[in-house]
Ligand binder design. Sequence first.
Ligand code: ATP
Ligand code: MG
Length: 553
Amino acid sequence: MSSNEPRSNFLRTQIQSDLDQGVVTDVVTRFPPEPNGYLHIGHAKSITVNFGLAEQFGGRCHLRFDDTNPEKESQEFIDSIQEDVRWLGYTWSGEVRYASSYFEQLYQWALYLIDQGLAYVCDLSAEQAREYRGSLTEPGKDSPYRNRTIEENRALFEQMRAGAFADGSKVLRAKIDMASPNINLRDPILYRIRKAEHHQTGNAWPIYPTYDYAHGQEDAIEGISHSICTLEFEDHRPLYDWFIANLPVPSKPRQFEFARLNTSYTVTSKRKLKALVDEGAVAGWDDPRMPTIAGLRRRGYPAAAIRHFCEEVGTSRSDSVVDVAMLESAVRNHLNQHAARAMCVLDPLRLVITNVDASEQLTLANHPSDDSLGSRSVEFGAELWIDRDDFREEANKKYKRLVIGKRVRLRGAYVIEADACDKGPDGRIDVVYARLIEGTLGEDPADGVKPKGVIHWVSCATGKTATVRLYDRLFTEANPGKAEDVMAVVNPMSLRQLDTAVIEAAAAEAAPETVFQFEREGYFVADRFDHRPDAPVFNLTIGLRDTWSAQDG
Ligand code: ATP
Ligand code: MG
């Protein structure tokens, strides 16, 4: 994907050494989301790690839905996840895979463990099981059901599978060691009874495997060489290995963990993201303020910038929080290079140029340094929109915009000098009157009186009214995940909508998802869903400068 040589990290080193030593011949990774929410920036990291490693080592990466919790999962999430992975620029190897398509094999392997005396049906209630489990400092106690015979376990488990028992009345557990210092090895649960309809398997299964039981075996079925997950699974690795060692699996995958990506001013807990959606703090999972991939996309963040950021933050085994300004800066750098320039007046004020009567077409470059972005024709005439912020009747020297009696350059056009303004009954300025200084298209004024600054403008005759949504960070706190109530730290100013902005006609015609640099204002994207040429809608992607770091001081 990137032409640069990838920086080394422990996963790349591991895989290279496995290949060198012949431990593996093919590198096969997988991205295994549970379809219980939209993917977020943390998942983007996992996607770039898994697909990136496969790509780097000429291997393959699978997309596998880890769909073992039917109640929380849905087709909507399955669809959005596939779309997000594709949008990020990756192609999974083969068909989309589902843990649920291995349910029969997993069930057979559970019977195999029973037959080996390595699994048993347990009738303890959830509460009793907790007591028997012990704690970090105390060993657990054997369940009174631990010594059921193989025959009895088999019969009971088959009845569980046939739907004979009520939800929660029994579980299947591995028989490992109730005194293990690792709680994950204290006879973990393999199957629960849950008479829930599944989005893929319907009502075929009244029992569902746990993540711990299912995951490694799914990897083994698919021939995954390196099963890469985040650090919270480190303590589960002995269990992962136990299953692989004790089952007749077709391959021997190994698990490797890396630190999750955490960014400041962001929550990535699916539960909290769902709460923001459900409680109406945002308009949906793909609201441009959401750290979801669908949200970032709708915000105008380019996939390439997200990938670049994920590479830049590195892959390690130490937890840290990355300043979200790093992501924003990756976006800004990418767009500075690639986004076409255009003009948009956010808060329009009418400017009348009294010595101009005919309109003319000016040709403006779309990018200051990349000619391949071409140029466009912009109408210039006697009546223009300028931004209300760019005019003052009087001002001190620091104000380098339009002032009565002073000059300014109109971007890509002429120098003008303001003469007067009209005000409404409320004292608000309605119109500014100015004169064009002849001979100043691309030239300094002949009289030597140079303008102090440059302002942007849009022709009143051809400009189009647009809706512009100005977004700010969704949270007021750098660590919103810490807040007891995530709703309490939502930034009330995170969205301000302008309905009377005016943009160049050419920008109105742009396809949805086109990003522009609106000169002097920032980067804006034509909304993926709401933008239409006759009713343009633009979202602020990111400002031209990082204003937050300045505030944080
Ligand atoms: P949960 O399991 O609580 O629903 P999850 O964030 O772990 O949430 P999954 O769908 O299981 O969601 O995640 C799919 C993959 O993405 C997993 O391998 C997980 O480790 C990885 N992942 C999730 N969040 C991050 C993160 N912040 N940084 C890096 N990888 C992540
Ligand atoms: Mg998970």
